[in-house]
Design a protein around this ligand. Structure first.
Ligand code: IPM
Ligand code: MG
Length: 358
């Protein structure tokens, strides 16, 4: 097959980790007879520096014509003081929205080889963690009206608006139910329905959607409780469905529980096969350019693209296996180093070894 991949390396460690993922894609392409054409595009801080905006129009156009988008990470302290709509993050939000990617799939898995990386008590970690957070990505408070105004006597006032409609809730719920059907068939829907009206509509709509999925066991959980249950007993979760902001927060928490935020991939999908694939971690500016960042989350994101956007399941599995073999040999980047580590390697060497083990 011949596939066009839009590549956004981004800021901080983005370029170094993406470069390793591209090497792995090339190696898989050679092995399975596929041609992957890469087009590098600007977004985030580097785009602000080069062309003055976080998301150039050309980037959106090329992404929309591609078969899949691979993203490293964006942002950094250099751009932290720019106004909201000019920040690197605004570029990412606009790209998600313009590509219609409303479903963000974030698996959090405690890998057998990295079990002692879990920061939880051993008896809790022993029960394992294997959950998927399905996060709504193009609505909610991220995209609601916001602004500032001067208010007499109290000074400046700022507001952001959380708003969801039935269509937005139903389509993300359907994605979560479909994923649950392929797993343990247990779905927990997260909200704050004891306080927020948008959460009450969320809850009602999820339950209406649930009628079409009688095989799936569905329950509701308030977001504060969910944050607590994740550290108390993460093994209880299979699929967690959440709105944009709750999903953002819980997915960082869940990632940390696996001790391996440098290992976790994510996919953002919409109504077509074209998706955006990116590691869950950020641009880690403090270690940028030092050849120490863990490229595995980006490599696994590329693997997810092969499976979800290109239907290449065997190729995806081959990458996952190569990663597993490399870890089983005791090879680690510094972030996942443990007492069983045989050799600590840098970003490039990790990428090379994964290619060799393919
Ligand atoms: C994420 C990130 C982004 C988000 C930021 C960079 C805008 O935290 O993908 O989780 O909040 O969605
Ligand atoms: Mg986040």
């Amino acid at each position: 097959m011949n596939k066009n991949i839009a590549v956004i390396t981004g800021d901080g460690i983005g370029p170094e980790i993406v470069s390793q993922a591209l090497n792995v894609l090339k190696a898989v392409g050679a092995k399975y007879n596929h041609t992957f054409n890469f087009t590098e595009l600007l977004m985030g801080g580097c785009a602000i520096d080069k062309v003055g905006v976080p998301l150039p129009e050309e980037t959106v156009e090329t992404c929309l014509k591609s078969d899949g988008v691979l993203l490293g990470a964006i942002g950094g302290p250099k751009w932290d003081n720019l106004p909201g709509e000019m920040r690197p993050e605004a570029g990412l939000l606009a790209l998600r929205s313009q590509m219609g990617l409303y479903a963000n799939i974030r698996p959090a898995v405690l890998f057998e080889t990295l079990k002692n990386a879990c920061p939880l008590r051993e008896d809790i970690a022993d029960k394992g963690i294997d959950l998927i957070i399905v996060r709504e990505l193009t609505g909610g408070i991220y995209f609601g009206a916001r602004g500032r105004k001067q208010v007499a006597d109290v000074g400046e006032s700022a507001f952001d608006t959380e708003s969801y409609n039935e269509l937005e809730i139903r389509r993300i719920a359907e994605v979560a139910f479909e994923i649950a059907l392929l797993r343990q068939k247990k779905l927990v829907s997260i909200d704050k329905a004891n306080v927020l009206e948008s959460s009450r509509l969320w809850r009602e709509t999820v339950h209406r959607t649930a009628k079409n999925y009688p095989q799936v066991e569905v329950s509701d959980m308030l977001v504060d409780n969910a944050a607590m249950q994740l550290v108390r007993e993460p093994s209880q979760f299979d699929v967690m469905l959440a709105g944009n902001m709750f999903g953002d927060i819980l997915s960082d928490e869940a990632a940390m529980l696996t001790g391996s935020i440098g290992m976790l991939a994510s996919a953002s999908l919409g109504d077509t096969k074209r998706g955006l694939y990116e590691p869950i971690h950020g641009s880690a500016p403090t270690i940028a350019g030092k050849n120490t960042a863990n490229p595995i989350a980006t490599i696994l994101s590329a693997a997810m693209m092969l499976k979800y956007s290109f239907g290449m399941s065997a190729e995806c599995a081959a990458i996952e296996k190569a990663v597993d073999i490399t870890l089983k040999k005791g090879i680690r980047t510094v972030d996942i180093k443990d007492d069983k580590t045989v050799e600590v390697v840098g970003t490039k060497r990790m990428g090379e070894l994964i290619c060799e083990n393919l």
